[in-house]
Design a protein around this ligand. Structure first.
Ligand code: NDP
Length: 402
């Protein structure tokens, strides 16, 4: 029985709040705080209607450590689940250290003025969390998150050595909008417009944005054009599973999405360099975010499904082996259950399951951890129970060429 504080009342925060409320035997009290109080209150009302559970709400600016510290002191949670934006990771970690509370997030820290996607800032907290006897669990959404647990599961049960890892992420859904992003537009566009990068033979290979792509076959969906991107879990996976010779990340994009993105980029709307407009300094990408639909508003009428998994090749008992582990998630079913589209759903459920692992002591350790460092078995058991069943294909030809 534990009290949690969720920070961030967007698409993902909504799912985490619903999912925690559905497991009262672990999450005995839930407190939701964010920058805009009315969003917390709306989620609290939806959770009450869906589950009968009352959750408490507060307003907080998570960029300000003293505000966070006084909120945490007031709420006294055992764990803070950070589903605000990556910009707030360090301030929330600082506040957790000051108040001696465990920490979990779903995306690595990024400075506002450069899109880097590196763990170095958060890994630098290792000694402080260790000395305080606390756990910080990083990147516990789907990707990063479940993709790391899938890889750890493959490493534990299916391989002596993993050599090749391809993380494949498809959204075959249709939200009916000309252009919208499925999670925070600012973070999403920063991620896609930076250079691509993959790991090969002990080093990073950098490529121009979206310059490598090919059709990949997704289960129950079929072939979809997929683009090689850099994604943050590659950094921790090649560190924690050193047998990996090559690790890549692929994501699908529709033609309409690419066309809009190209135009927005060409006219400078995706830039993170501040400009002065009518005497006021604005960041073009932040302005663009303000005019795009909020990810949490995309749920109603969203059709189709997502499919995210890991395609792995390596050695077992002296033989070459292939293995594909994945989850498919349906947008409309997610909406019916928790009023959220599948991208928020597939992030929020693993965050809840990771929180459950920490609070029940099934995952424990002092310091800063990525998900693949813990036992994947109890996590995957709970993941399937709480809405994200997963499937395996062993030694069938991988739909992806190596
Ligand atoms: P949203 O933009 O929908 O929600 C973000 C929330 O954080 C909003 O409620 C926002 O408040 C709040 N927030 C922003 N700044 C502050 C602040 N300074 N203080 C307090 N609250 C703040 O994003 P999502 O829900 O889609 O994404 C949430 C997180 O999940 C992001 O970090 C994203 O990168 C991550 N993510 C991870 C994935 C994974 O698989 N690992 C996949 C998808 C997302 P306001 O409403 O006032 O703007």
């Amino acid at each position: 029985m534990s009290k949690v504080l969720i920070i961030g009342a967007g698409g993902v925060g909504n799912v985490v709040a619903h999912k925690c409320a559905m497991v009262p035997e672990v999450f005995s009290e839930i407190h939701l705080a964010s920058r805009t109080l009315v969003k917390c209150e709306q989620i609290a009302q939806d959770v009450k209607e869906a589950t009968g559970v009352e959750i408490q709400t507060s307003q907080v600016d998570a960029d300000i450590v003293p505000e966070l510290v006084s909120l945490i002191r007031k709420v006294q949670p055992e764990l803070v689940i950070n589903v605000a934006l990556p910009y707030q990771d360090l301030t929330i970690m600082d506040a957790c250290l000051e108040t001696k509370v465990h920490y979990l997030d779903t995306a690595n820290y990024e400075p506002k003025d450069e899109a880097k996607f590196e763990y170095k800032w958060q890994w630098a907290y290792q000694d402080r969390f260790k000395e305080a006897g606390l756990t910080a669990l990083l990147g516990c959404g789907f990707d990063p998150g479940v993709t790391g647990v899938f890889t750890a599961y493959a490493n534990k049960h299916h391989f002596d050595e993993i050599h090749y890892l391809d993380i494949v992420d498809c959204n075959a859904g249709d939200h009916g909008k000309a252009f919208a992003t499925n999670f925070n537009p600012e973070i999403n566009i920063r991620e896609i417009t930076q250079k691509g990068k993959y790991w090969e033979n002990g080093q990073w290979v950098e490529i121009d944005p979206m310059s490598i792509h090919k059709p990949i076959e997704y289960p129950e969906i079929g072939p979809r054009e997929s683009y090689l991107l850099y994604h943050e879990e590659l950094e921790s996976l090649v560190k924690n599973i050193p047998s990996i010779k090559r690790a890549r990340f692929w994501m699908t994009f529709g033609q309409e999405y690419i066309k809009h993105l190209e135009v927005l980029q060409n006219v400078g709307m995706t830039s993170i360099e501040p400009i002065t407009y009518q005497g006021v300094e604005i960041v073009p990408l932040q302005f663009l975010k303000a005019v795009l639909p909020e990810p949490s508003s995309l749920g109603e009428g969203y059709e189709g499904q997502t499919s995210i998994g890991c395609q792995i090749k390596g050695m077992k008992d002296g033989q070459e082996k292939t293995y594909y582990i994945y989850n498919n998630c349906n947008h409309a079913e997610s909406y019916k259950e928790v009023k959220a589209q599948a991208v928020s759903y597939t992030t929020g459920v693993p965050a809840m399951v990771g929180a459950m692992m920490l609070l029940t002591g099934q995952w424990k350790g002092e310091g800063v951890f990525n998900v693949e460092e813990f036992n994947p078995d109890p996590f995957l058991e709970q993941l399937a129970k709480h809405g994200l069943p997963w499937h395996e294909k062993v030694n069938t030809a991988l739909p992806h060429e190596y």
